[in-house]
Every structure is written in structure tokens, then in C-alpha cells.
Design a binder for this molecule. Sequence first.
Ligand SMILES: NC(=O)c1ccc[n+]([C@@H]2O[C@H](COP(=O)([O-])OP(=O)(O)OC[C@H]3O[C@@H](n4cnc5c(N)ncnc54)[C@H](OP(=O)(O)O)[C@@H]3O)[C@@H](O)[C@H]2O)c1
Length: 311
Amino acid sequence: MRNVSFGTHDAKASAVVLGLWRTKTLDADAVGTLLDAAEAAEINMLDTADIYGDGRCEEILGEALAARPGMRDRMLIQTKVGIRRHPRAATSYYDFSYEHIVGGVEASLARLRTDHIDSLLLHRPDVLMEPEEVARAFETLRLTGKVLDFGVSNLTAAATARIQSCLGFPLVATQMQLSCAYSPAIDSILNVNTKGERGAMRDDGIFAHATEHDMAIQAWSVMQAGDGRGSFMGNPDFADLNAVLERIGGERGVSASAVAVAWVLRYPAKMQAIIGTTRPERVTESARAADVRLSREEWYEIYAAAGNKIP
Ligand SMILES: NC(=O)c1ccc[n+]([C@@H]2O[C@H](COP(=O)([O-])OP(=O)(O)OC[C@H]3O[C@@H](n4cnc5c(N)ncnc54)[C@H](OP(=O)(O)O)[C@@H]3O)[C@@H](O)[C@H]2O)c1
């Protein structure tokens, strides 16, 4: 498994990360089996969030880890804070206040049955955030040893830079949705200075910002077509893409899904791909993506087969 140097303690984090968003209906045994498959495939980083299953996903992860002596110390645990359920309106909202960040982490630690979180991300932008207040919360969590490293998720480059300007230590990671069939961050680079939709920059250049500041870029939903269209894997709406992924997989001796993950990892930065399957055998096969470095010919062919026009 390829690693990236992660965070301020130079941890070696696997390029493929196991995401636990879809585990809320599983029990601790089933999550444990996923963890075993991940570990056997040399995945050593787990991604969850306090909001996944309203805490349930952290809870079952904590239970599964507790049943596996020593595994917690072999894994880097990343969780997220900042999304809340509204007490009255049928909506979520965002809260980067000191109280919510610090209190949220305390609750996550209890559910995860651990004394520290390796990486904490702010989940989605809180338009009302005060960067100095976020920094104060991060400082408290860092000084008490409850969180080792910090990052952001779905934040613009400008918002990331505002938080960073108040911090005495670096933000180490950012998360953004990216797959070969859902790639606004790539589309805007390729269609630079064009007037059409695909030239629109929707993330304020977070990939360039992250690369310049040595932050890990963690792609989420690497198998999804985005916009509620489900997975592109085996999806007849993406027949050309599947044919190319299958062919390259055959040539490389890996599965089509490993090739799809390898496409994300090929971006020249400190890339990580978070896989979200709930099936152990798919963890095993997707993890092999880290052994594949796609050629430029392969990478652009996959992008085009996903229906993207190359200008
Ligand atoms: N920061 C954020 O805002 C954010 C948002 C979303 C997700 N995330 C993180 O990213 C992780 C991954 O997201 P995701 O679950 O959308 O990832 P994903 O790997 O793109 O999607 C997994 C889903 O695709 C299905 N799938 C269908 N065919 C597949 C195949 N051949 N190989 C693998 N999966 C296939 C899986 O079904 P099976 O389970 O049956 O395999 C599962 O339902 C989450 O767990 C979470 O940690 C972060």
C-alpha cells in the first residue's frame, strides 16, 4: 500500500482510506469484518463523522475497535464536526462555534472509546464562522492532546486560508468530492478561461491551495457519479466508462473499481481516496488501486469515457 506523510507527526497514512458513512445499519461484527479486510489490505486510516447515523457510526466503530485488541493504535482515526440537526426545522445547519467543536469532540471520543482523534475535520462550511473562534477551539483540543491534527472538508481555499491565518500550526487535510465521473475540480482546470459551465471554478482552487500548503487532498465518493445518480460502477448509463475501466483493469491485473480509485490517486498531490463500500471483498479489491500508477493516456481516456469533453 502506498502511503502519504500525514500531519504534523509525519504519520504514514495509507493512500486508500476506509470511510464509514454507510455503516449505520451494520452491527459491530460487520464493521469489524470491514476493518479486518482494511487492515489486511494495509489500509490504516478510517474516516467517519459525528453526524453519520447521528453518532451511531462512531459508536459501532468504537465497539468494533474495542473487540480488536491493539487495532486502535494501528489505525489513524479521522472524524468530523460541524453539522448539526436543527431542533425545530427539518434541516441541518452548521456550527463552528467553540462550544460545538470542543463539545462535539468530547462526544466523539466517548463514542469511539478512545482518548484521542488523529485527525479532525470541519465537515461543511459554516457561513457564520469566526476563524479566531475556530482556532481557539483547535488550540484547546491540541493542547489537551484530544486531537493531534486538524483539517477541513468542503471548504473553499479562501475559507481554509482564513482559518489557517489564525492558527499557529498547519491544517493538514482537506476533503472534496471527486471521482472520474464527478470532477468539477478537474473540469475547471481543464476548461480554464472558457465561458461555459465546465470552466466554472466551484471550489475556489482548493486543490492548488492544498498542494501549495502540503495538505492531503482526500477524495470522497470515488465510485459515485454525483448529483444523486448513484455509483457509475456497472451502471449502464456509464457503459463506455465501465468498458475502459474493465479493459485497463484486465491489463493491470486489478479490478475495474481499483482503476477508478487509481484515477483519483493519480492527481499529482498528496492524494488519498476514501472508499465507502460496506463489502469486505470490495475493500480488498479497491485497495489495490494504490499499486497502480495510471499513464497519462489511461488517465485522459478514463476522463473522456466518463462523458467529459477534453477541450
Ligand atoms: N466530507 C464529506 O462531506 C463526505 C461526504 C460523503 C462521504 N464522505 C466520506 O467518504 C466516504 C466514501 O463515500 P461513499 O460511500 O460515497 O464512497 P463510494 O466508495 O463512492 O461509494 C460506496 C457506495 O457505492 C457502492 N458501490 C457500487 N458498486 C461498487 C463497486 N464496484 N465498488 C465499490 N462500491 C460500489 C457501495 O455499495 P456496497 O456497500 O454494496 O459495496 C456503496 O453503497 C464515506 O464513508 C465518508 O467517510 C465524506
